[in-house]
Design a protein around this ligand. Sequence first.
Ligand SMILES: C/C=C/C(=O)SCCNC(=O)CCNC(=O)[C@H](O)C(C)(C)COP(=O)(O)OP(=O)(O)OC[C@H]1O[C@@H](n2cnc3c(N)ncnc32)[C@H](O)[C@@H]1OP(=O)(O)O
Length: 260
Amino acid sequence: MVPVHLEYAGRTAIIRLDNPPVNALSAALLKELREAIQRLRQQIEAGDVRAVVVTGNGPKSFVAGADITRFLELDPVSGRELAREGQVIFEELAFLPCPVIAAVNGYALGGGLELAMVCDIRIAAANARLGQPEVNLGLIPGYGGTQRLARLVGPGKAKELIFTGETLLAEEALRIGLVDRVVPEGRALEEALRVAAVIDGKAPLAVRAAKEAINRGLDLPLDKGLEAEAEFFGSLCATEDQKEGARAFLEKRSPQFRGV
Ligand SMILES: C/C=C/C(=O)SCCNC(=O)CCNC(=O)[C@H](O)C(C)(C)COP(=O)(O)OP(=O)(O)OC[C@H]1O[C@@H](n2cnc3c(N)ncnc32)[C@H](O)[C@@H]1OP(=O)(O)O
């Protein structure tokens, strides 16, 4: 049984995590996930993939966290290694040069929510439950949750969720900005693919630059972020797609972007 399936819908790649019963992040799944990410980077750079969707297999769970069965033998050295292992893989996913959309089809707990937070956009099914329950295990989030949750929902809400280990229903997560859209149960992947198809029709270099400008600006003072934005804006003016976009508008026709 392969824990990570790579599927394609046009120029959208789907990473389907499949580790029954709850898609826990086993060592084998993490290894396969890293290999899939590295393969996708090549396909994105070749222009064959313009968006990536990550989802869990089955109706119940996106990802219910790291594999707790690995936790009984952990010591400070192996614990740090387990955390860094996931952080590095998640960073590789975060830095894919195209939009990555999480189709949160069910439980997104611990490492599962951390995986969803690495994605650029989070679309949750109404039955999804999201949280960082690591304090129930004598731990803290270890795949980036203490850093990304605070950036997404603010330090106060992040502390409340991490201190209490409470889980949120999708609608509550939407209200605090943890997810971007809530859809009926069973429809998360369909909606993620719809959003990806819209993005597929846009200028890929512009979409890539927007992702990089936003991400880079998160850790910069505003004046430096504005400088970075201007740099990206200027660099796009050297692309054929920028001229095609302007021409298409003036000629009142749809642009044909080629990613150059
Ligand atoms: C660096 C990152 C750290 C982390 O991510 S720490 C882990 C954070 N995640 C959690 O704490 C979630 C733990 N799981 C649960 O709370 C519950 O489960 C669920 C809410 C996801 C589902 O509850 P229910 O529907 O009652 O099913 P069930 O009987 O609890 O679980 C079904 C089977 O799945 C196994 N399982 C659930 N979560 C994990 C996991 N994260 N790692 C390994 N196994 C898991 C259980 O043990 C059980 O197994 P069996 O059927 O053999 O008894």
